[in-house]
Design a protein around this ligand. Structure first.
Ligand SMILES: CCCCCOc1ccc(S(N)(=O)=O)cc1
Ligand SMILES: [Zn+2]
Length: 268
C-alpha cells in the first residue's frame, strides 16, 4: 500500500512507518551507507589522526524548526564563523545545522551503536567542506563534502545547556513550524573529551542518503535528563492540518552493512 501506515507483521496491530523510513530499494553506490555498528575490537588505531578543532560562534545560530524527521537548529553558514577542522579532515568544514535521533523509550534511539550497545539518542552536528564547495547543497553530493560529529546521549543528570533548546520545542511541535533561536553555543553539547573518536566514510542517514560524509563518532557520551528526552518525544512527525497526529519517536535509520570498511580510532 502507498499509505505510511502498514500492517504490522503481527496482524491487527498497525505500525506507522514514517514515509522516510521505508528504505529505498536501490541506493547510488550503496557500499558506504550509514549508520553502522562500531565493532571496537575491529577498529584500527591511527596515530596520524589529530584532535578535532571546533570553533563555533553562538551568534551564528538562526532558527530551530521541525522538518518532519527531527528538529534542526540551523546556523548561518555564509561565512567561516562556525567550523570544524583537524581530526581526519584535510579541509575546513562549516557548521550548517545540528539535530538528534531518539527512540520512544530510553532503551534505544541512537543510529550508531558501539559493540551493539544502543543509546537513547544521538546528536549530529552537520558541517560541509567550505574549502572546496560554496554551498551545502553542492557539498552533499561530493565524496568528501560533509563532516558529521556524532555524540551519544545517555539518561542521567539534567543538561543545563540543552534546556534552552528543550524550552523552545513546544513552539515547534508540528512539522514545518519554525521559531527564531539565537545565541546557542553548540560546543556545550560536546563531551569534555573530543580527542577520542571513531571515524569512517559513510552517508547521510536520511534521504538523499548520499555517500558524502566523513563520520566522527565521539567515544564519550553526554548526559541529559529523562524529562529532557521526554520533551523530544512530545514533538510530532505530522503538520497541524493532518487528521492523524503521529509522535516523533524512533526517527533513526536501520543499520547498514560495513561492506569491508575500516573504522579508525583516534585512541589506542
Ligand atoms: C540536499 C538537501 C539534503 C538535506 C538532508 O541533509 C541531511 C540529512 C541527514 C543528515 S545525518 N542524519 O546523516 O546527519 C544530515 C544532513
Ligand atoms: Zn542525523
Amino acid at each position: 500500500s502507498d499509505s505510511p501506515a502498514v500492517e504490522g507483521s503481527w496482524g491487527r496491530a498497525r505500525t506507522f512507518l514514517h514515509p522516510m523510513w521505508q528504505e529505498p530499494l536501490a541506493i547510488p553506490g550503496g557500499d558506504r551507507q550509514s549508520p553502522i555498528d562500531i565493532v571496537v575490537r575491529k577498529s584500527v588505531y591511527d596515530s596520524e589522526l589529530k584532535p578535532l578543532v571546533t570553533d563555533y560562534d553562538p551568534q551564528t545560530c538562526q532558527q530551530i524548526w521541525n522538518n518532519g524527521y527531527s528538529f534542526l537548529v540551523e546556523y548561518d553558514d555564509t561565512t567561516d564563523k562556525s567550523t570544524v577542522k583537524g581530526g581526519p579532515l584535510q579541509d575546513k568544514y562549516r557548521l550548517c545545522q545540528f539535530h538528534f535521533h531518539w527512540g520512544e523509550s530510553n532503551a534505544w534511539g541512537s543510529e550508531h551503536t558501539v559493540d551493539r550497545k544502543l543509546f537513547p539518542a544521538e546528536l549530529h552536528l552537520v558541517h560541509w567542506n567550505s574549502d572546496k564547495y560554496s554551498l551545502f547543497e553542492e557539498a552533499v553530493m561530493e565524496e568528501n563534502g560533509l563532516a558529521v560529529i556524532g555524540v551519544f546521549l545517555k539518561v542521567g543528570k539534567r543538561h543545563e545547556g540543552l534546556q534552552k533548546l528543550v524550552d523552545a520545542l513546544p513552539a515547534i511541535r508540528h512539522k514545518n513550524s519554525v521559531v527564531e533561536f539565537n545565541r546557542f553555543d553548540p560546543a556545550c553539547l560536546l563531551p569534555s573529551n573530543t580527542d577520542d573518536y571513531w571515524t569512517y566514510h559513510g552517508s547521510l542517514t536520511t534521504p538523499p542518503l548520499t555517500e558524502s560524509v566523513t563520520w566522527m563518532v565521539m567515544k564519550q557520551h553526554i548526559e541529559v535528563s529523562h524529562d529532557q528526552l521526554a520533551v523530544f518525544r512530545s514533538l510530532l512527525f505530522t503538520s497541524a492540518d493532518e487528521e492523524v497526529q503521529k509522535g516523533m519517536v524512533n526517527n533513526f535509520r536501520v543499520q547498514q552493512s560495513q561492506c569491508g570498511r575500516t573504522v579508525r580510532s583516534s585512541f589506542s
